[in-house]
Design a protein around this ligand. Structure first.
Ligand code: ZN
Length: 339
């Protein structure tokens, strides 16, 4: 079959496209004919090999949609021809965390497209429990667009206990995770303040549900106070890390929470300890998402409250171009590859 693989770490052109052996499903797996595969920043990080390293070669792609074409010997509750999309988080499915839908706390936590081969291919093997039925109302492109980022954003907003009517400051809103959080927080009834360093993203962020857009930098916290009648934000959605963290803390209201789900710009930051105790702040970490977050997103997408925006559709063979586009300025929305 045709696939795009990471054979070695490096720039986008390090991706190798060509024929690879067809994978065979294990007893509890299904084989999926992939119709669309979403491109995520995680794929770029894997390819670069600086933050994460996985055994190579690896076929990336955490988000994909397609139809089941073969069943493992022990799989009795699925059928050939079923339309499915990949639940990106791998977990045991049996422990106390998994049974509560908190798969991201499972000891066997892993990710499709990094722990096992993913969707940059004509065919992919998935554990049967990770092949989630795709509603008929959703096409392949949409099915390949929300499993990773939207569920991660939903997990962060849940960890941050966002309530309707609260103000939420969303960092990196012109990137995939932040853009998803803007839509989800709007659908949850929050007052959304988006942070974007790209002025041209402002109109799209306002159209997607942000009530205000502020720029990162030394004046960010003041801009947030101005946008909230002087109070500050009840929740800050942080994943940018070192570059913004001090201003993110300063932007919080009394009793505010900051949920941290990434550190894109670095892992060290100054922390204003006085602000923590005088404003009674909470800092909450969050990694990955659970099945309950994916289910929540699926419901919101199915009823139209959230509409993942497909920015570009490219043939799978152009995966390197997709990586360059995602790394460049100005991409709002998903890039989807079609096999
Ligand atoms: Zn588990």
């Amino acid at each position: 079959m045709f696939a795009v693989r990471i054979d070695r770490y490096g720039p986008p052109d390090a991706l190798s496209a060509g024929e690879v052996p067809m994978p065979a499903p294990g007893p509890h797996d299904v084989l999926v004919r992939v119709h669309a595969s979403g491109v995520n920043r995680l794929d770029l990080l894997l390819r670069e090999g600086n933050v994460f390293q996985v055994p190579l070669p690896r076929i990336p792609g955490s988000d994909f949609a397609g139809e089941i074409v073969a069943l493992g010997a022990e799989v009795t509750d699925r059928r050939i021809g079923e339309r499915v999309f990949a639940a990106p988080i791998l977990s045991c499915g049996r422990c106390e965390h998994c049974l509560r839908g908190e798969d991201n706390l499972c000891r066997t936590f892993g990710t499709v497209g990094s722990t096992i081969d993913g969707g940059y291919a004509e065919y992919a093997v998935l554990p049967a429990r990770n092949a989630v039925p795709l509603p008929m109302s959703m096409d392949w492109h949409v099915g390949a667009s929300f499993g990773l980022t939207y569920a991660t954003a939903a997990a962060m907003l849940r960890r941050g206990r966002l309530l309707a009517g609260e103000s939420v400051l969303i960092l990196g809103a012109n990137g995939g995770l932040g853009f998803a959080a803007v839509e989800l927080a709007r659908d949850m009834g929050a007052h959304v303040i988006a942070v974007s360093r790209e002025p041209e993203a402002k109109a799209q962020l306002l159209a997607r549900g942000a009530q205000a857009v502020v720029a990162p930098g030394p004046d960010m916290a003041q801009a947030v106070r101005d946008a909230t009648g002087g109070r500050g934000a009840e929740l800050v959605f942080e994943h940018v890390g070192a570059a913004t963290f001090e201003q993110s803390i300063a932007a919080l209201a009394m009793d505010g929470r900051l949920v941290l789900g990434g550190v894109t710009t670095g892992i060290e930051s100054k922390l204003d300890l006085k602000a923590i105790f005088t404003k009674r702040l909470e800092i909450l970490g969050c990694r990955g998402s659970g099945r309950r977050d994916l289910d929540d997103v699926l419901v919101r997408v199915a009823r139209g409250g959230v509409n993942p925006h497909i920015q570009r559709i490219l043939p799978l063979a152009h995966a390197a171009q997709a990586h360059r586009l995602l790394d460049g300025p100005g991409v709002l929305g998903k890039i989807v590859l079609t096999a």
